[in-house]
Design a protein around this ligand. Structure first.
Ligand code: ADP
Length: 442
């Protein structure tokens, strides 16, 4: 990156300086050409006045310096030339400056010299007798002017490139240093000096860092909770088994203890199943099997499945479901409804009721499980979706709860971009609503 920035800087500078130099040289040359021509014109006018007064021989005595003078007759024959023998010279009528002078009174031309860096400048003036007087001088050509500006060009270029390298170094260092420092201190980027454009990255890194910490904390807590939850039934199994083994429990008592062992083992199984399910839901998304699912049918099945449970608890189950198809994972939908309805029955009162509603709306499908049970206090509502959080541990355990049901519901909802709302009042009941977007992807 550093090298690319430097390269583009130098590229721009070289082009800029070259263009400026070329333009300046061109302008300088034009000025220079104008001055040379002006000089030639003045000379031509003076000489022409002298010829008018004293005839052609006046040219012989005139101070000519480096000038080349040519006198051309009205017929185009060279009458006089101070740098060559006029007899050996061809007709000069075809020279552009001579042609122009005969037609317009004066003409000028620039032609190449023997060397590239010099040019011949011609100025021709028509004389009253129809002849033409031409004055010429050799001077720097355009190439010459260019060549003369070259050292200056090189000097300016050198200074600019040096300046440019220094600036590019400083700029890239300023750009890159905070990034390098951040890379070195990814665990705490707060103290790193930075510029506004980096702010989004810093925020993202901080956020991810916080998330990593939080999820590490949660994992530690979860592991501790799992161990604790597994320990209780295992201790009880081990205890009862020991009693039977030592022969302290016999007959009817032994049978009762065996029943306790079976119950604890069942608890362990449920717990382990829920833990496995949660870790699956925590895993990669591709394990979701999306298909069109009619939530009203899932609700109907769930109500049928739990009918006996409800009856045993003295709770009536009501279903109010309109067909509502979303794309979702069928098994997950079954689990979600089962967990919500199961809770609504388990945390209910004798004579209470549970109402399951599936309502298709324009852009979403609402699933609502409402009970007339014991309700959840506002403080506890914030926590019931956390793993292993139970308001009344003994009631939860007595009814076969693991404290993971709502955590599983939360995960399933999140996988389907659904939103959960809880509305509850102590002693009056609870309503949990899950709103699935139409055409939800999972
Ligand atoms: P559990 O297996 O203990 O039922 P959940 O995760 O399903 O665990 O629920 C967490 C806690 O939230 C429960 O222990 C219970 O205290 C409370 N809870 C859940 N649903 C209801 C409800 N419908 N009415 C009252 N309390 C509820």
């Amino acid at each position: 990156m550093k090298r690319r920035i430097l390269a583009s800087f130098v590229g721009v500078i070289v082009t800029g300086v070259a263009l400026t130099t070329a333009l300046m040289a061109l302008l300088a040359y034009q000025l220079f050409e104008g001055r040379v021509m002006d000089g030639l014109r003045q000379h031509a006018e003076v000489f022409s006045a002298m010829i008018a007064r004293q005839g052609a021989q006046a040219l012989d005595d005139a101070p000519r310096g480096e000038l080349r003078l040519t006198l051309i007759g009205a017929d185009g024959a060279v009458l006089l030339d101070n740098s060559a023998d006029p007899d050996g010279m061809d007709n000069h009528l075809d020279r552009p400056e001579v042609l122009a002078a005969r037609e317009d009174g004066s003409g000028r031309a620039v032609r190449e010299s023997q060397t590239m860096d010099r040019s011949m400048f011609y100025y021709a003036l028509r004389l009253p007798d129809g002849g033409v007087l031409r004055v010429a001088e050799e001077a720097s050509s355009l190439t010459g002017v260019f060549l003369r500006t070259l050292p200056l060009f090189a000097l300016v270029l050198l200074v600019m490139v040096l300046l440019c390298v220094a600036t590019a170094r400083r700029l890239t260092a300023g750009l890159i240093r905070p990034i390098e420092q951040m890379t070195a201190h990814l665990d705490d980027v707060r103290g790193v000096p930075r510029y506004p454009e980096l702010e989004p990255f810093v925020e993202m890194i901080e956020q991810q860092h916080d998330e990593i910490l939080r999820s590490a904390d949660m994992r530690v807590e979860f592991t501790a909770n799992v161990s604790h939850e597994l320990k209780t039934p295992l201790t009880s199994i081990s205890g009862y088994a020991e009693l039977i083994e030592s022969g302290m429990a016999t007959g009817e008592q032994a049978t009762r203890f065996a029943g306790e062992i079976r119950q604890s083992a069942n608890r362990l199984l449920t717990l382990i199943n829920d833990i496995i399910r949660l870790s699956q839901l925590d895993g990669p998304m591709h394990e979701t099997n999306v298909e069109p699912v009619d939530l009203s049918q899932v609700a109907e099945n769930t109500v049928r499945q739990l009918g006996l449970n409800a009856h045993r608890m003295g709770v009536t189950l009501e279903l109010d479901a309109k067909p509502a198809v979303i794309s979702a994972d069928r098994q997950m939908m079954e689990e979600l409804l089962y967990n919500l309805c199961d809770n609504a029955i388990r945390y209910n009162v004798s004579g209470g009721s549970v109402r399951v509603e599936v309502r298709p709306l324009r852009d979403k499908v609402m699933v609502c499980v409402q009970d007339t049970g014991i309700g959840i206090s506002e403080e506890n509502q914030k926590h019931v979706f956390e793993r292993f959080y139970r308001v009344d541990k003994s009631r939860s355990k007595a009814t076969g709860g693991t404290g993971l049901g709502l955590a599983i519901v939360k995960h399933i909802a999140a996988r389907h971009d659904a939103e959960i709302e809880i509305d509850s009042e102590l002693g009056r009941g609870t309503a949990i609503t899950v709103a699935f977007p139409r055409g939800a992807r999972a």
